[in-house]
Design a protein around this ligand. Structure first.
Ligand SMILES: NC(=O)c1ccc[n+]([C@@H]2O[C@H](COP(=O)([O-])OP(=O)(O)OC[C@H]3O[C@@H](n4cnc5c(N)ncnc54)[C@H](OP(=O)(O)O)[C@@H]3O)[C@@H](O)[C@H]2O)c1
Length: 257
């Protein structure tokens, strides 16, 4: 149970990349952190970095595999009263759909979609009841496009965007004060490339920049860092899905490692 006036954030994917960098920028407003990922050592490193910024923080590290429903549910049951939920955990995979590994696809769907869905559902119920709270779901610019050569990954991010767009309207109709945001970055320099077997053909942006932009614009629904990524989003509105798929294939095919 947190103390009165204390603000609590739970962040999945806190062991590296965008998740770690965002958590490091929340020390002014949040006193309690729940850092979630599978790699305990890297989570402890995030904890250490947070404590170096502010040594009075109350930090809990939860090493768990979010591909399993029961782990997501246990995470919620053990960590209630969250003011800000950040669903950041996720990864991609590169290759022809007919050739990539089914087990990796399923693990990706379980992480990028199912875990995010379960946690959003469980926490939003409490937030709606309290009429306060904020959920930040990490999507991607990929979610606005069909994604040949990363079809499963793009589809998982489209799910995140569509889910949140629906919930946003429901919250508006209820005049709820609960806030929802989706972060839609372009390529970012993290462990993502290694996990997905891709090489970004134009330099990925620094995850520290993405984190700064995100925290600064947390009051927005769509958080789309970088002018060129905003332009890409506009393209997805101007051109047919068929044309977009051809365009995406063109640049994805140069990303093979
Ligand atoms: N990098 C990009 O270009 C880019 C662009 C747009 C969107 N995104 C999205 O940004 C988010 C963060 O990715 P990133 O770029 O920061 O890559 P990253 O450095 O590889 O971080 C991924 C995080 O997800 C966690 N994770 C993965 N599978 C998990 C599982 N089964 N259970 C628990 N935690 C799990 C990882 O923790 P453990 O390894 O400790 O489990 C890690 O902390 C992802 O949703 C990604 O799709 C990335």
């Amino acid at each position: 149970m947190k103390g009165i006036g204390f603000m609590k954030v739970l962040i999945t994917g806190a062991s590296s990349g965008i998740g770690r960098e965002i958590s490091l920028l929340l020390t002014d407003k949040y006193d309690e952190f729940v850092l979630v990922g599978r790699n305990n050592e890297r989570l402890e490193e995030t904890k250490k970095q947070l404590l170096e910024k502010k040594n009075t923080l109350n930090i809990k590290v939860v090493s768990t595999d979010l591909t399993k429903d029961e782990n997501c549910i246990a995470l919620y049951n053990d960590n209630k009263d969250v003011d800000l939920l950040i669903n950041d955990a996720g990864f991609g995979d590169f290759g022809f759909f007919a050739e990539t590994d089914l087990a990796k696809d399923i693990s990706m769907i379980n992480t990028n979609i199912k875990a995010l869905h379960i946690l959003t559902k469980l926490y939003i119920k409490d937030m709606v009841e309290k009429n306060s709270g904020h959920i930040l779901n990490i999507a991607s610019i990929a979610g606005f496009f069909p994604g040949p050569l990363m079809s499963t990954y793009y589809a998982t991010k489209a799910y995140v965007i569509r889910l949140c767009e629906g919930i946003r309207e429901e919250l508006r109709r209820k005049k709820s004060k609960v806030k929802l945001s989706i972060l839609c970055p372009g390529p970012v320099k993290t462990n993502f490339e290694k996990e997905a077997n891709v090489k970004f053909n134009f330099n990925g942006v620094d995850s520290k920049y993405i984190a700064r932009y995100t925290v600064k614009h947390l009051n927005r629904f769509y958080i789309v860092p970088q002018f060129k990524v905003k332009c890409a989003r506009l393209l997805s509105k101007l051109f047919s899905n068929k044309k977009c798929a051809k365009f995406v294939y063109g640049f994805q095919s140069q990303r093979k490692k």
